[in-house]
Design a protein around this ligand. Structure first.
Ligand SMILES: Nc1ncnc2c1ncn2[C@@H]1O[C@H](COP(=O)(O)OP(=O)(O)O)[C@@H](O)[C@H]1O
Ligand SMILES: O=c1ccn([C@@H]2O[C@H](COP(=O)(O)OP(=O)(O)O)[C@@H](O)[C@H]2O)c(=O)[nH]1
Length: 235
């Protein structure tokens, strides 16, 4: 697998560390060092961050919010993560640029495809917040969208499970792990590690998705060198 340019999706929960909510400094540093090392090795890296550690749109519904408002709050959370990760990657010694799909010019650059490609070509890690900038979508779909339009060689979905299972391993301890499956199988078997819109977009774009646990130090490097533990979802 040639993985010169990749899109790394980090769920908000991955940045929350053991507390499960908000930001965990040590976890942020570990993940940022991993990304910096990969960039140092010559990989072009864009990151799409989730926001579930701060707020998910669905949480707003039982507070009386309507879905677009709740999702707007969710998207703001992803920008908080993007700013934190930008700083952590900078601190790890590789220049990073946060870009928001929801324009917030006094906080960071607005996302634009050609500008993101230019940053990556100059060795900067691009950290994209704001998801797709539309309600009713997820950052997984944002990740598939950016991976496709930035012509990435794969979408590396870093999460808290080490691959795709026959059912959610958290609620089905007897579920077994796939080494490899197709987008059609992931969609047809309703495997909810990523939402269907994201899998469908990845299928349309012929994009390989690599699902792995980002919790171990060096996990991203291990995936890039082909030595890690992961599930490949391929056309
Ligand atoms: N078939 C499956 N294989 C692996 N993980 C699954 C599956 N179905 C559901 N999951 C769940 O998907 C989660 C990973 O997705 P992620 O986007 O990181 O979290 P979330 O959906 O909570 O934001 C895991 O916590 C896991 O419990
Ligand atoms: O394109 C997008 C991406 C995200 N969100 C909102 O932002 C929240 C946080 O994103 P997500 O749940 O994908 O984060 P993750 O699960 O990866 O932490 C979502 O619940 C949605 O409310 C949205 O409205 N549009």
């Amino acid at each position: 697998m040639r993985l010169k340019r990749v899109l790394v999706k980090l769920s908000g929960e991955a940045l929350a560390g053991p507390g499960g909510a908000g930001l965990h400094g040590e976890t942020l540093t570990t993940i940022a060092s991993d990304i910096a090392a990969a960039a140092h090795d010559g990989h072009e890296i864009a990151v799409v961050v989730g926001g579930g550690n701060f707020f998910r749109g669905v949480q707003g519904l039982n507070k009386g919010l309507d879905r677009p408002t709740a999702d707007s709050i969710g998207m703001l959370g992803t920008v908080m993560n993007a700013l934190a990760l930008e700083h952590a990657i900078d601190t790890a010694g590789v220049p990073a640029r946060a870009m928001s799909a929801v324009p917030m010019p006094s906080l960071c650059e607005s996302y634009a495809r050609k500008r993101a490609l230019d940053h990556m070509a100059h060795g900067k890690v691009v950290v994209i917040g704001g998801g797709t900038s539309n309600p009713y979508f997820t950052t997984d779909t944002g990740a598939a969208l950016r991976a496709a339009e930035l012509a990435c060689h794969a979408l590396l979905k870093g999460t808290n499970v080490d691959g795709v299972y026959t059912a959610d391993p958290k609620t089905h301890p007897d579920a077994t792990r796939y080494d490899r499956l197709t987008h059609d199988e992931a969609i047809g078997r309703n495997l909810k590690v990523m939402d269907t819109t994201a899998f469908a977009l990845a299928r349309e774009a012929g994009l390989t998705v690599v699902v792995f646990s980002v919790l171990d130090a060096g996990a991203i490097g291990a995936v890039l060198s082909g030595t890690g533990r992961y599930t490949l979802v391929t056309p």
